[in-house]
Design a protein. Structure first.
Length: 86
């Protein structure tokens, strides 16, 4: 596990650098930023990375409840929403 920490840290830093670069490029060209959130692990990671780079008041996260989501997905969305609101 510790063996992978450096590679994971490098990947994380590269992703945050990419997000920051795009944010800085577009911040004066668009009216806002949106993070699509499905409740799955991938969107959880993206939301975490974005929230560590872009000020919270500068982006909106969107979850669409189609009514077909698994209960665990809905619960994850609610847990995430509660943690963001503090």
């Amino acid at each position: 596990m510790a063996k992978n920490n450096k590679m994971l840290s490098v990947a994380e830093d590269e992703a945050m650098d990419f997000i920051k670069e795009k944010y800085e490029y577009y911040q004066n060209k668009v009216s806002g930023f949106v993070v699509a959130f499905s409740g799955g692990k991938d969107s959880q990671v993206i939301l975490d990375l974005v929230s560590r780079v872009i000020p919270h008041e500068k982006f909106t996260s969107v979850f669409t409840n189609t009514g077909m989501g698994l209960p665990c997905t809905i619960e994850m969305m609610k847990t995430t929403e509660a943690s963001v609101k503090g």
